[in-house]
Design a binder for this molecule. Structure first.
Ligand SMILES: *Cc1c(COP(=O)(O)O)cnc(C)c1O
Length: 372
């Protein structure tokens, strides 16, 4: 089915950048610059300066970035790491892959990020780290979080996969904790043509450790100092990212503008609960990786929108801790469970046209019986 408003539109973004991108890809291929070449270094410099951190390391994907961050600070068997259930499974998987124990807490109903009032009660003598997830392009409350982390001497690794460019009190997310992790999966704010990720840090020690972890522990070609992984960012992907990152600030502005249109259009429709508005709180600068609303009769709305040519996404109809096979069933997280029943993501990407957003708004209102 061809949608009038598709949920993502990769070919359109490529068309807009085709000349630059084709040229870069051809250059990389003609020179055979495939693994850990200068495009990766250049991207790491661009990213670290964008974030205002000392170091950035390009890695294979956002999940490996979290795993490497955890390993670099020595998280392992017997350790507990606090995060949320209302996230992409990768956050929790990374903890499990380090043989540590995930401790899941609830999120807030208004912005879907970690409920910092639940943080202290989850801390035990085994707790070593906290992974806040800046979900849908919105920062967690980093002031409350960093205060608790300091008091209990816990490391903070920010899962920033959905929020590159978001800020809290004027400071870039990913720069608060010992490390920030990013994903360049195609649908992310900054996406490559496959898998990619990065880790940002101000710690030289973590930086050097992650350089080893991503490349089989090879300090030099003849000196292997620990067991590592095939965890590098492809040079070809880095070349693509070097082009795309120049457009990032303007893409973020565009996402915020589209969020404002959704916001104004749906404000008088009480059947849907909107995410925080782009200008509602000066402490937050949201980048709207996703525009996620909570909707009455969510599943029926999803079907109706689909029938009208609007492609939406119900990301997690089953709360993560209710997924069979993940062994997380002991957690009771009422808000996360409620969100699993109510949230729906509307189309959101810079190439989306105003008229398409207006059409989505009109169609939602029609579903709830309002005259357009
Ligand atoms: C996308 C994502 C990841 C994982 O990134 P990959 O590059 O797909 O491994 C981790 N956490 C969150 C919150 C994500 O959205």
């Amino acid at each position: 089915m061809k949608y009038r408003v598709p949920f993502v539109n990769y070919p359109l973004q490529y068309q807009n950048l085709k000349t630059e991108i084709d040229k870069a890809i051809r250059r990389v291929l003609e020179r055979g610059d495939l693994i850990l070449r200068k495009d990766v270094e250049e991207f790491e410099e661009r990213l670290s300066s964008f974030l205002g951190v000392k170091y950035a390391v390009g890695v294979s994907n956002g999940t490996d970035a979290i795993i490497f961050a955890l390993k670099a600070i020595g998280i392992g068997r017997g350790d507990e790491v606090i995060t949320v259930s209302h996230t992409f499974v990768a956050t929790v998987a990374a903890i499990v892959h380090c043989q540590a124990k995930p401790v899941l807490i609830d999120v807030k109903e208004d912005d879907y990020t970690m409920d910092m009032d639940r943080l202290e009660e989850a801390i035990t003598s085994k707790t070593k780290a906290i992974i806040p997830v800046h979900l849908n392009g919105r920062s967690c409350d980093m002031q409350k979080l960093m205060r608790v982390a300091k008091r209990y001497n816990l490391a903070v690794i920010e899962d920033s996969a959905q929020a590159l460019g978001a800020k809290f009190k004027g400071k870039m997310i990913g720069s608060f904790g010992v490390a920030g992790t990013f994903s360049f999966y195609p649908a992310k704010i900054l996406g490559c043509f496959g898998d990619g990720g990065a880790l940002a840090t101000n710690s030289k020690k973590i930086y050097q450790e992650v350089l080893l972890l991503r490349d089989h522990g090879q300090k030099t070609k003849i000196n292997i100092v620990r067991y590592g992984f095939t965890g590098r960012l492809d040079n070809l992907q880095a070349a693509v990212l070097n082009i795309k990152i120049k457009h990032l600030p303007q893409w973020i502005k565009r996402r915020r503008k589209l969020a404002m249109i959704y916001d104004e259009g749906l404000r008088d429709c009480p059947e849907v609960k909107l995410p925080p508005s782009p200008c509602s709180d000066n402490s937050y600068y949201d980048v709207y990786q996703n525009y996620v609303i909570r909707a009455e009769r969510r599943d029926a709305l999803f079907k109706y929108l689909k029938s009208k040519g609007v492609e939406c996404l119900i990301k997690d109809p089953i709360a993560l801790h209710h997924q069979k096979g993940l062994n997380l069933y002991k957690f009771r997280l009422p808000v996360s469970e409620k969100l699993a029943r109510e949230v729906i993501s509307l189309p959101m990407y810079p190439e989306l046209k105003e008229t398409q957003v207006e059409y989505v708004i009109k169609t939602i209102k029609k579903f709830y019986g309002y005259r357009a």
